[in-house]
Design a protein around this ligand. Structure first.
Ligand code: GDP
Ligand code: IMO
Ligand code: MG
Length: 432
């Protein structure tokens, strides 16, 4: 894969998130000028490891770790401004200065009451809960769609109007929380306004019309890299609804979420692990709720970057990945965590699903059906050799290469990157 020739590119996860998008975006950043977040918010946790030093980013695009690049928070992001400032401070404390950061004035703000609403709503749902990250994502996007109760970054630039609108919204929220959830700890609109208006002073110079910026950057020949958050199967329209997040997480979310023409993307890199994981509730046909699942969890350190929850682990779901590839128009695939599967006697791949009524035609839209379906698993020999010692794709052990070849054949896109450890350097690039 020759990164230097790539046009505007996006990186998206093909399963339920945490595929290793952060590492791939970091790897690709040096070949691009601008790195853009276009969806989701603080629910994301993108880990990058450079020469042993680990960074976990939630709101800032991974590009902030590479000096000289422009990082953009697009209009489709649910922005928790206070948390983003904390993230910037935490990086500064580690010697990383966030350089050129642009924030869309159109991005919707995640407010303190959104996070409270997220928690209250999940608690009220009981066994029917989604298992959100409690970052206020659903309530923020719900208010965006309701419009009258939403606040955007640009609103912060008109303090009086902001205060006025916020007061009305908080009043409504307090009444709703008391009536629906019996919560009698009212939010203080004045205090929230003070905090937000103080915070915006730290980033006033970063706020702009990013749509115009993208147009001018593309006209000037700059190359854009779009950093997908969450995973395709968490897409609000195309994922395992209702067990999804509230934004368009797939590559088709790039034009709307960033504000660029639909024809912009030339390359779409789909990221998967050599197995599949999921956090939170919802169907997961190839899940291994047994000692093999635990083996993968232990070796892969499969605990959430954002919430610390243990991730559910299962065999690689090729049927789901194929669905995501077709939806997003994926052109290249990156397979992560090949090292994690080392030592297993045999490795499984889910090639489809079956129900008492017969086989399913592939990944389907009906989450209830998917939850009831049994995975069809194809087994292949495992490998004992640590892929970290291979040094190149061609030198991987025979069973490991056969496994990757089978994934490639089932999913239908070439594997261009194989990751064999968390560090930037632990990556095998395939020349195809
Ligand atoms: P993202 O949300 O898609 O960016 O993924 P996360 O950062 O939430 O989760 C991926 C985890 O796997 C992180 O802890 C990475 O450091 C780690 N990781 C990425 N690639 C590899 C790999 O090839 N092997 C191992 N062992 N860990 C990896
Ligand atoms: P990254 O970018 C894994 C999941 C949550 C929950 C559902 C809804 O690191 O891959 P939300 O808080 O968005 O309303 O939660 O979506 N989820 C993720 N799971 N990785 C993520 O992001 C996720 N973002 C949301 O666990 O099941
Ligand atoms: Mg993550």
């Amino acid at each position: 894969m020759d990164f230097k020739t790539l046009g505007h590119t996006c990186v998206v996860g093909l399963h339920w998130g945490d595929e290793g998008k952060g590492k791939i975006v970091d790897l690709l950043t040096e070949h691009f000028d601008v790195v853009v977040r276009y969806n989701g918010g603080g629910n994301a946790g993108h880990t990058v490891q450079i020469a042993g030093e680990k960074f976990a980013l939630h709101l800032l695009p991974v590009g902030v770790l590479s000096p000289g690049k422009t990082a953009v928070i697009g209009p489709g992001v649910a922005l928790d401004l206070l948390r983003m400032l904390e993230e910037i401070d935490a990086l500064a404390a580690r010697g990383v200065t966030v350089g050129d950061l642009k924030i869309s004035d159109r991005a919707n703000l995640v407010m303190p009451y959104h996070k409270k609403q997220d928690l209250l709503f999940e608690a009220a749902l009981g066994a029917g809960k989604i298992g959100t990250t409690a970052r206020g994502i659903g309530p923020c996007y719900a208010d965006k769609m309701l419009r009258a109760t939403a606040l955007r970054v640009g609103d912060l630039l008109r303090p009086e109007l902001f205060r006025e609108r916020l007061t009305r919204i908080v009043e409504l929220k307090n009444r709703t929380f008391a009536a629906l959830y019996g919560d009698h700890r009212p939010e203080d609109a004045e205090a929230i306004a003070d905090e937000c208006l103080a915070a915006v002073e730290c980033v006033r110079g970063n706020i702009c019309d990013t749509t115009r910026f993208f147009y001018e950057a593309m006209q000037a020949g700059k190359r854009l890299l779009f950093e997908g958050a969450n995973g395709t199967l968490l897409d609000v329209d195309h994922g395992t609804f209702p067990y999804v997040t509230s934004s368009t997480t797939s590559a088709i979310g790039v034009p709307a979420g960033a504000g660029v023409p639909a024809s912009t993307l030339k390359t779409c890199v789909g990221v998967v692990k050599a197995y599949t994981t999921r956090v939170g509730a919802g169907p997961f046909p190839s899940e291994l709720d047994n000692e093999i699942g635990q083996y993968i969890r232990d070796r892969g350190h499969e605990y959430g970057t954002t919430t610390g929850r243990p991730r559910r682990c299962g065999w690689f779901d090729a049927a789901a990945a194929q669905y995501s590839v077709r939806l997003s128009g994926i052109t290249h695939m990156a397979v992560m965590h090949l090292d994690t599967l080392t030592g297993l006697e045999r490795v499984g791949i889910c090639t489809g699903y079956t129900t008492p009524a017969g086989p399913l035609p592939g990944f389907v839209s009906d989450s209830t059906l998917l939850a009831e379906a049994q995975p069809i698993i194809e087994f292949m020999p495992g490998w004992k050799d640590d892929p970290r010692g291979a040094g190149s794709f061609e030198k991987l052990s025979r069973p490991a290469r056969d496994y990757l070849a089978r994934i490639e054949a089932l999913v239908g896109v070439p594997i261009c990157i194989v990751s064999v450890g968390p560090d930037r350097a632990q990556t095998l690039i395939r020349s195809i």
